[in-house]
Design a protein around this ligand. Structure first.
Ligand SMILES: CC(C)(COP(=O)(O)OP(=O)(O)OC[C@H]1O[C@@H](n2cnc3c(N)ncnc32)[C@H](O)[C@@H]1OP(=O)(O)O)[C@@H](O)C(=O)NCCC(=O)NCCS
Length: 403
């Protein structure tokens, strides 16, 4: 018999076994420490078959930066089903329970990182941030001349952890899509014992810019021997700068490291300033990928947590096949950047699904593209352009934390 319920303290081991096994990962003390610190037991959902855990899911209580504000978010994580029990509807059942629980707790949005992009659209999630991968081959990546300030200081991790949060907190107040980090989350940033990293690449270096700090970079090294000697790749884990001077100084430093032939950043923002700092932008290898997926659970509340860069009125007819009670017709009026959203019977300007609205929530301008792709329907002419003006946000959303 199948049962769905949160786990108890005695079931944590079995839960982690199934969760790690679903991702073909070796069980490691790191998983246990992460789980015990971050995941409230009451937010877990286990699927049990005759008393044995065969499916797992949990929701982290997160706070997400949204355009001009912050919003409580359920961070869906630890989603896995044992290979013997797949494609029987377990994920669907767990997701239904997880999203209804979050909605009942007045959490207006759920977010997640998807292992595969084809899974979560059916549950109302839409891609809501992008991340940019940039590879700079050393000899081809000269930067334009810009003012420089410094100082730059290398620090050990405990020292750097004293200084980086203040810089990150300022970034969060400026850019949507980021998670507000508490001490527990910082404990996982730049940790050398992360089992997902090969041991030879696991050492993190911490570089602080400015005094008081206005930027930092965390990077790792992948070493390799070539016929001309050692040429390492510097792997940028995080680069946060509060202005163009810190940004350029940090990049310039990374690109000038001895014995380094290449600098790679996998999780940068889609508007990464290095695209504009490079003398020859064509020499950079650039690739964008989806970042976090978002899912609105309460449309009026979610749309009122964020600010808007233009004024106007828009009536949205939102369908939500997975959670019909979330859908409806909504009148959004924006004045002085503040949105007021209520249910309405007015004629709609746009008809769209909850996943498309969720994609636009954090400010990625996409209504026009969605309309051209036939994913949303303009009822009043020009509505997609008006929606883009309302919802678009600069800087664009970016999430650096995988959870
Ligand atoms: C992804 C996973 C959790 C799905 O669990 P499941 O119990 O097999 O999923 P369900 O049977 O409830 O499927 C629900 C729907 O999603 C679809 N689906 C499930 N997994 C899918 C996948 N990997 N790719 C595409 N579609 C998928 C099913 O076909 C089904 O479609 P339907 O709505 O048309 O019927 C499971 O395959 C798994 O553990 N995979 C490895 C770990 C992983 O990727 N976890 C997700 C982390 S974000």
């Amino acid at each position: 018999m199948l049962e769905l319920r949160p786990i108890t303290a005695t079931e944590v081991d079995a839960f982690i076994e199934v969760m790690a096994g679903a991702f073909y990962e070796r069980r490691d003390p790191w998983h246990d420490a992460w789980f015990r610190k971050q995941v409230p037991l009451e937010s877990t959902i286990a699927a049990l078959d005759d008393g044995a855990i065969v499916g797992t899911s949990a929701a982290l209580p997160l706070t997400l930066s949204v355009p001009g504000g912050r919003c409580a978010a359920a961070g869906i994580t630890a989603v896995g089903v044992q290979p013997t029990h797949r494609r029987r509807g377990l994920l669907r059942a767990m997701m239904d329970r997880q999203l209804r629980d979050a909605r009942a707790a007045n959490t207006p949005v759920a977010i997640l990182w998807a292992s595969e992009g084809s899974i979560y659209g059916r549950f109302g999630f839409g891609p809501a941030t992008r991340r940019l991968g940039v590879v700079c081959e050393r000899p081809n990546t000269a930067l334009i001349d810009t003012p420089s300030a410094g100082p730059l200081r290398m620090m050990d991790r405990p020292e750097a952890l004293q200084l980086m949060p203040a810089v990150y907190d300022q970034l969060v107040s400026d850019r949507p899509g980021l998670l507000i980090r508490d001490r527990t989350m910082w404990d996982a940033v730049g940790a050398d014992d992360d089992p997902h990293l090969p041991a030879s690449e696991a050492r993190h270096y911490f570089l602080i810019h400015g005094d008081p700090p206005d930027g930092y970079a965390i990077y790792r090294m992948r070493r390799s021997e070539t016929h001309d000697g050692q040429r390492a790749t510097a792997l940028v884990v995080e680069l946060t700068a509060l202005g163009p001077v810190a940004e350029a100084d940090l990049w310039r430093h990374l690109l000038a490291l001895d014995l380094v032939g290449r600098v790679e950043r996998r999780m940068g923002p889609i508007d990464d300033p290095v695209l504009w700092l490079a003398q020859d932008p064509q020499a950079l290898q650039v690739q964008w990928k989806t970042g976090i997926w978002a899912r609105l659970l309460d449309v009026p509340t979610a749309l009122q947590t964020r600010r808007y860069q233009a004024g106007g009125v828009l009536v949205l007819d939102v369908s939500d096949p997975f959670l019909p009670e979330v859908g409806g017709r909504f009148h959004l009026q924006v004045r002085d950047g503040i949105g007021k959203c209520v249910e309405t019977d007015d004629e709609p300007d746009l008809r769209l699904g909850i996943s498309e609205l969720s994609s636009a929530f954090l400010g990625q301008i996409c209504f026009g593209a969605l309309s051209r792709a036939g994913r949303i329907m303009e009822v009043s002419p020009g509505a997609a352009i008006r929606a883009d003006r309302l919802f678009g946000w600069d800087p664009p959303p970016w999430c650096v934390d995988e959870f």
